[in-house]
Ligand binder design. Structure first.
Ligand code: ADP
Ligand code: ZN
Length: 731
């Protein structure tokens, strides 16, 4: 038997299969989709069997080698995943092996050193009839420890082996009186808090759920556009109940940061333990276990972040993507796939619905819904007595004149008021494109990373400056290396600094901070959220990660300390991202019957992205933003593909980028726009220079072939790397 094997080496030049012979004793095990161990030059590698060949050894011009071993007892890549891999490889221009690896948990990837194993527990149980055991006990009264063990087993079916002395266990096993049973155990355990929520759907929720339920066997894409707190989750739950009744399974994607016990808890309370959870907070072992629950048909639902879209369910009944506008649903590095694209393919394969939910849909999705490509479902009001909060916009230009640089008069007053009433507060520091950098007041020198040319960020705990791109670290400067000036200033405000200010202003307030620094330890994210929910704290201060999905009924005030920073990023989506962020964080206020208020501090009070959050007017924002997108030929009017050129050599990089740009201009359709080459915003990362060309097109049947030609041209060039990013998150 001859098989085609795709090796674990992910370079373009080796993006093909190699033939191997399967020796007689491995024939039974060697199936398509299984991992195998192969000799490859002087190394041993793992790879996937992609095909069983009908050819015989003589038909090859060279001598084939034998595979060394088959790693799996069952194919880790089933047919659907094998096809999906091809789709990803084609659409994101990555190697096939990269596509397969991204779909699997670490434990099942093809790689040479994998020490993630199945965890087991050993038990003992009786291996003879009760009368025989009793007889043995009577005849051996002096062996006290043996008798003790046997008597325990007479009372219990099985007991953990580790509870007993191993010599005693061994003796009894040898006498055939007891046996050892080894069982697989799962590492991950949810700490479930019982809820006594009995929810009756509102008329509108029920109507929407019914519409989806009545069409469960069609690959329709729905956009569930519902304001914050409108009860989208309950609609999902209603649909899922029906899917499970039909003996099918559900994938539910939520943004990484919403994967809090809150969501999992809600689901566990409704669906019991038939749920697998997949997110980056789990260890590789835990992820493997959760994945095995899916493989072993032990769960009906997987709740997870982006990569859970690959959950190998055999009978998918629905795919739900909550907060569909979230940019992390697209992978930022190779392979740059978007979970929504994968979901569409799977929804077609399984003839099941795809439900996209959001209070602030991406412009692309909302435009598609308006055109009828997606079916639009709307929840326009919050559930029950809860109303959308009042939003106040404060002009910080005026405040600065009065000496209030961090907290405006209004926000300070409101914080004090809520603290007195015992209500809770969320404060958002908008950190996107923002950092605490050090600048010399005399000459303007900025302390930058020598590898990446971006400002270093000050870290108070270690008193160092760090680069957020490459990790470079340097000590804090007190004199300017350029002019010797001693007026180095810490510009920008970090969460730590704000926490200190809050402590001074409100010495009795209990403040908890949530940012990258306080959530790096496993489980810390959950703990902060649980503690805040249980009202151990009055103020939750944090970055973007507190903006979405959280449901704290006691929060009546949300303050945005600096709304503008995300507006200043040079990217065509910065307006959309700012509106989305402000709307989402505003949505955390007043979610129960207490009225909510939001105070947004800004230097650009007239900007439409900020202004429309006042009236919660997504529709108006959408119209305005679409107008600009049309003027500028941006998505959703045009598609964008980014070609990025990477080189350690500044001049060569630029030269090749020019050639690529010329080639594109020559070979693409006339109405396709090619911009560049330019240097990227992050023009140097880790000593590699970055250039880019931007392609804007409506429809271009030559694009794919042209890009493939470029990739092939550079695939063996050691000095130039070319990356393609379709529909990039950032330009
Ligand atoms: P969304 O996801 O749209 O922001 P959620 O699904 O989190 O909103 O719902 C907001 C709150 O309203 C939650 O606390 C939820 O339990 C509650 N809720 C949702 N639907 C109902 C209902 N029909 N009756 C009572 N409470 C509901
Ligand atoms: Zn750096």
């Amino acid at each position: 038997m001859i098989v085609s094997v795709l090796t674990s080496i992910g370079v373009e030049a080796l993006n093909k299969t190699f033939s191997y012979v399967v020796p007689e004793h491995l024939k039974e095990k060697a199936k398509v989709g299984c991992r195998v161990l192969i000799p490859f030059g002087p190394q041993r590698l793992e790879g996937f069997i992609l095909k069983i060949d009908n050819k015989s050894v003589d038909e090859f011009e060279y001598k084939l080698k034998n595979i060394i071993d088959v790693v799996d007892d069952f194919p880790v890549l089933n047919n659907e995943l094998l096809n999906l891999g091809e789709y990803i490889s084609k659409t994101t221009f990555c190697t096939l092996i990269n596509a397969y690896q991204v779909m699997l948990p670490t434990a099942l990837k093809a790689k040479e050193k994998n020490n993630i194993s199945i965890k087991t527990k050993s038990y003992i149980s009786l291996n003879q009839k009760i009368n025989i055991i009793k007889e043995y006990i009577n005849n051996n009264q002096r062996s006290k420890r043996q008798i003790e063990l046997l008597e325990s087993l007479l009372k219990n079916d099985k007991l953990e082996k580790s509870l007993f002395d191993s010599a005693v266990v061994k003796t009894l096993v040898e006498k055939d009186l007891i046996k050892v049973i080894i069982e697989e155990v799962y590492r991950f355990k949810n700490n479930v808090i019982k809820e006594n929520k009995k929810i009756v759907l509102t008329e509108k929720q029920q109507e929407i759920a019914n519409e989806i339920i009545d069409n469960l066997n069609n690959d329709i894409t729905y956009l569930l556009y519902g304001v914050t707190g409108s009860g989208k989750t309950e609609v999902y739950i209603e649909v899922i109940k029906k899917v499970i009744e039909d003996n099918k399974q559900v994938i539910m994607l939520v943004p990484e940061i919403s994967l809090t016990p809150q969501m999992v808890n809600r689901f566990t309370n409704v669906f019991g333990d038939k749920i697998a959870v997949l997110h980056s907070g789990l260890s590789n072992g835990e992820k493997y276990d959760e994945y095995r629950k899916i493989l072993n048909d032990e769960v009906d639902i997987v709740i997870g972040a982006r990569s859970a879209i690959f959950a190998p369910f055999k009978k998918l009944g629905a795919i739900i993507i909550d907060e569909e506008h979230t940019s992390s649903y697209k992978q930022d590095n190779h392979p740059r796939y978007h979970a929504i694209d994968i979901a569409k393919v799977r929804s077609k394969t399984h003839s099941c619905p795809l439900i996209l939910g959001s209070a602030t849909p991406s412009l692309e999705s909302y435009a598609r819904a308006k055109k009828g490509v997606y079916k639009l479902l709307e929840l326009k009001t919050r559930v029950g007595k809860s109303k959308l909060p009042i939003v106040k916009i404060v002009d910080m230009k005026d405040e600065i004149k009065q000496g209030n640089s961090t907290f405006s008069k209004e926000l300070s007053k409101d914080i004090k008021d809520r603290l007195e009433k015992g209500e809770q507060i969320i404060l958002l520091l908008n950190r996107r494109g923002y950092s605490t950098f050090v600048t010399c007041k005399d000459c303007g020198f900025t302390h930058k990373c020598p590898n990446c040319d971006i400002s270093l960020t000050y870290h108070k705990t270690t008193n160092t400056m760090r680069c957020h791109y490459c990790g470079y670290g340097d000590k804090m400067l007190y004199t300017c290396p350029e002019c010797g000036g001693r007026e180095l200033k810490n510009l920008g405000t970090g969460t730590q600094k704000i926490e200190e200010e809050l402590n001074l202003l409100y010495p009795n307030a209990r403040i908890i901070r949530m940012d990258v620094d306080t959530t790096s330890k496993k489980g810390s994210h959950e703990k902060i959220i649980n503690d805040f929910k249980q009202e151990k704290y009055d103020i939750l201060l944090g970055t973007q990660m507190i903006a979405k999905g959280l449901d704290f009924p006691k929060v009546t005030l949300v303050g945005v300390i600096n709304a503008d920073t995300s507006l200043n990023i040079p990217d065509f989506r910065s307006g959309e991202r700012t509106f989305e962020l402000l709307s989402q964080v505003a949505g955390r206020a007043g979610r129960s019957d207490m009225e909510g208020k939001v105070v947004i501090q800004t230097y650009n009070p007239e900007h439409y992205s900020i202004n429309y959050t006042r009236s919660h007017d997504y529709e108006a924002f959408y119209q305005r933003e679409m107008f600009i997108r049309k003027q500028m030929s941006y998505p959703p009017y045009y598609y964008i593909t980014l070609v990025r050129i990477l080189s350690k050599d500044y001049v060569k990089g630029m030269e090749e980028s020019r050639k690529i740009s010329d080639y594109l201009k020559k070979h693409l359709n006339n109405d396709t726009i090619v911009l560049g080459p330019t240097t990227s915003i992050m023009y140097k990362i880790n000593n590699v220079y970055r250039y880019q060309c931007i392609i804007k097109y409506k429809k271009d049947d030559k694009l794919n072939d042209t890009l493939i030609k470029i990739i092939n041209h550079y695939k063996i060039n050691k000095n130039i790397n070319v990356e393609i990013d379709n529909n990039p998150n950032k330009l």
